[in-house]
Design a protein around this ligand. Structure first.
Ligand SMILES: [Zn+2]
Length: 555
């Protein structure tokens, strides 16, 4: 059991942190009996805990009393931890002495943690405020420069390593559904639906430029084959026939996604009304933001998607800033799908400080807007669905990979080959940390002039080979809710067995089972956590109802 001693103001972020690192814990009380005590902010308490972790970015009375000397103070720094780098957004202290610690400032190699060991207890002082960092990630998010680092998952990994390495057995419910390595949510923002809706506007002229000139440039760079140029030129020359209704509208690709995703499932976010650009942060949004299709015009296609077990969500216009308008946009989706729970991603990723609360008020069950327009990565530092700190129920399904961020010249401007490398690193992270990888491939991205279909199909093959569970946004969010409803009631050791009593509120669903993970402490005494290589092993046992799970202790 972990006890946490912290100021009241930190309680909500601490509670959310332990929904993501799902291991037994409680707020520390004077009669608490805990193996690990975490002291945060200004709080400190003498206790009998085997391991005491003191986080904090200010010098404390504890430091002075124990002769801990501060070497430097930096804000917005990066720590190195084994093979990883962990950005720290608040202030970070480094300490004199205590070399060879694995957590250190990346450039100077100054230690950001130090250890005081005494018989029966080890105290580790860490020079940053863990929960301040978690709050920063879940509210403000990471800048583009650190987008590719799953910082929140790394904070969990450091804490887990500390506990296990000091020979304290650890039980958690891993963010990994039974029978797979991680979750994938394939999503599609439906922005256009047809080029026939665009006559001599910026969209059509942009298409002609990119199809005729842009594709030639990409060919000359060696990024794309000659067949791609030919396909784009053909599409450009067929445009008058498309407008006359004599050729197929090549931007209408929803059915082709169903072919690509046969046997899988995905979520389509649909714009609720035609011709409305909505409001931006500084007044009316650009007229380019307005969709040229009406939801009623594609009712037949939507029904085909639903019949293929796809989910329909809202691609919101004004829902991000106005709960009444959000409610109307939600109703437009409900009327056509009949679904009670509706998820949302806002068009152009418009979002403000109060958007999550506004979306919850409008009645959405989840949002999937938290991501980047200009890059791919982990805006909130996590690969898990989380509950934003200002809402009661709604979950955030963070968006990680968006096609336009990878390929637009104004954004990452990657060749297909480089895009594959970037995405594969994120697939690798998904295998390592679990959770969900949310991919957004726009409706027309598999059509001329983009023709990002090959890259998408390869990504699907890679994800299949890595053992992903392909879920709709709603299914993924439901699985995270199920995990949130689980409680590890007790852990008892008796010789050869570990008995873990778990309770689970939801029963009888079709979602994958939950995964109980028991970590085994390494077979050595706690003589300084920086002195050797980490080695931890764990064993998994799946469960799907309130029960007592038995595991061998000698794995
Ligand atoms: Zn959009």
């Amino acid at each position: 059991m972990i006890g946490v001693l912290a100021d009241d103001a930190e309680h909500s972020v601490i509670s959310e942190f332990f929904e993501l690192f799902k291991t037994p814990w409680e707020f520390y009380r004077s009669n608490s009996r805990c193996d690990v005590l975490i002291c945060s902010g200004k709080q400190f308490q003498d206790s009998s805990a085997k391991l005491v972790l003191i986080y904090g970015m200010e010098q404390k009375a504890f430091d002075r009393e124990n002769g801990i000397e501060i070497l430097s103070r930096r804000s917005n720094t990066v720590l190195s931890y084994k093979e990883d780098q962990i950005p720290v957004y608040g202030q970070c202290l480094t300490f004199h002495g205590a070399n060879a610690f694995p957590l250190m400032e990346v450039h100077t190699r100054e230690p950001a943690a130090c250890e005081i060991a005494s018989p029966g207890q080890t105290i580790v002082r860490l020079g940053y405020d863990l929960f301040h960092e978690i709050r920063h990630l879940l509210t403000r998010g990471q800048p583009v420069t650190h987008a590719r680092i799953p910082t929140l998952e790394l904070h969990i990994a450091v804490l887990r390593d500390l506990i296990v390495n000091y020979s304290i057995p650890l039980v958690e419910i891993a963010p990994v559904p039974s029978g797979c390595k991680f979750i994938v949510c394939l999503t599609h923002d439906v922005d256009h639906i047809g080029i026939r809706n665009h006559k001599f506007d910026h969209t059509m002229l942009g298409f002609l430029y990119r199809a005729i000139i842009g594709s030639l440039i990409n060919f000359c760079r060696g990024w794309r084959p000659v067949g791609y140029v030919a396909a784009n030129w053909m599409a450009a020359f067929s445009l008058p026939f498309v407008h006359l209704g004599l050729a197929k509208d090549f931007w209408n690709q929803l059915d082709r996604y169903l072919d690509f995703e046969k046997g899988l499932t995905s979520t389509f976010f649909i714009i609720p009304r035609k011709g409305d650009s909505g409001k931006g942060a500084n007044g009316p949004a650009s007229s380019k933001r307005a969709a040229r299709y009406d939801i009623a015009e594609i009712a037949g296609q939507i029904q085909r998607l639903i019949a293929a077990r796809c989910e329909i969500g809202l691609h919101g216009i004004d829902a991000w800033h106005d709960a009444v308008k959000g409610c109307m946009e939600l109703e437009a989706i409900r009327q056509i799908t009949g679904a009670t729970d509706v998820g949302v991603r806002i068009h152009w990723l418009f979002f403000g400080d109060e958007s999550t609360a506004t979306l919850e008020k409008a009645g959405f069950s989840y949002d999937s807007t938290v991501g980047y327009n200009e890059t791919v990565g982990y805006r909130a530092g996590t690969s898990q669905a989380f509950k934003p700190l200002d809402v009661e129920q709604m979950l955030e399904l963070p968006m990680h990979i968006m096609d336009t961020a990878l390929f637009f010249p104004a954004h990452m401007n990657l060749s297909p080959k480089r895009a594959r490398t970037v995405m594969n690193a994120m697939v690798e992270n998904a295998g390592r940390f679990g959770g969900v990888l949310t991919v957004n491939w726009h409706d027309r991205s598999i059509a001329p002039e983009r023709l990002w279909d090959d890259v998408y199909v390869e990504l699907l093959e890679e994800l299949k080979s890595r053992g992903a569970w392909f879920a709709t946004g709603a299914e993924a969010v439901s699985w995270f809710r199920k995990r949130r409803s689980a409680v590890i009631e007790s852990v008892t050791h008796d010789g050869e067995r570990i008995r873990v009593k778990v309770s689970l509120a939801s029963n009888g669903d079709n979602l994958p089972r939950l995964r109980l993970r028991v970590h085994k402490a390494p077979a050595h005494s706690n003589s300084g956590f920086g002195q050797r290589e980490y080695h931890t092993s764990f064993i998994d046992m799946d469960f799907n109802e309130s029960s007592e799970v038995e595991l061998p202790s000698d794995f």
